[in-house]
Design a protein around this ligand. Sequence first.
Ligand SMILES: [Zn+2]
Length: 251
Amino acid sequence: MTGTISSKISIKTNPDDWETTQKILVVLAHPDDPEFFCGATIAKWIASGHHISYCLLTCGDKGTKNLKMTSEELCQIRQKEQLAAANVLGVKNIRFLGYQDGYLVPDLNLRRDVTRVIRQEKPDILVTCDPTTLFIGDDRVNHPDHRAAGQAVIDAVFPAARDHLFFIELWRDEKLEPHSVREVWISGSLQPNTFIDVTDYWQIKIKALCEHKSQIGDPDEFIKKMNSRIAEGSTQDSPRYIEKYRRIILG
Ligand SMILES: [Zn+2]
């Protein structure tokens, strides 16, 4: 079903037109990225019976102002928080690749590691973020890890995961068959083409985000800020919420 909130964009009530249960793999840079970027869509997909897995590339082990905190301690905290947040949404299958926060580069090692995960998980749908987004509005710079993650993941989807001769050791030594992902959903894109109405799942997204206690600051302020992110054309009295993607259908 499709409705219209503004004259410019079409908002889908159903997040997809899939007729069968889909395997969806979310590959992003940091603990908290899945919930921030697409948490409500994930909740909606789970309610529709789809299977969701997460792969987090880094440990999120640098972003603190606590001068007594070590990267090792922060990594433990962030992983624990990520597991709790995923649990709120109903995501049970989570893996961490353990790259260092802030130092992610889209090199061949990262591409091979993501290719391995794609071939192991065999997703129909893969969710990542947009490697081309450098600035967000007039006051934000996109995190370099987000750009690196998006680049490595998209390069792993096509063509590396698809053809056995790429990273041949995966096929020859690890017996991982080539796999073709059917769709890529890219969050954080400046050219979105898919707008999902996630109003019914906005509160569970916030609840999941609140599990990232070390990242959100004052919870009351955070909840207020998240609730203020209403869709264009809706009001605080009758809010609608959307999550946006660039959806690429590879076939
Ligand atoms: Zn992030």
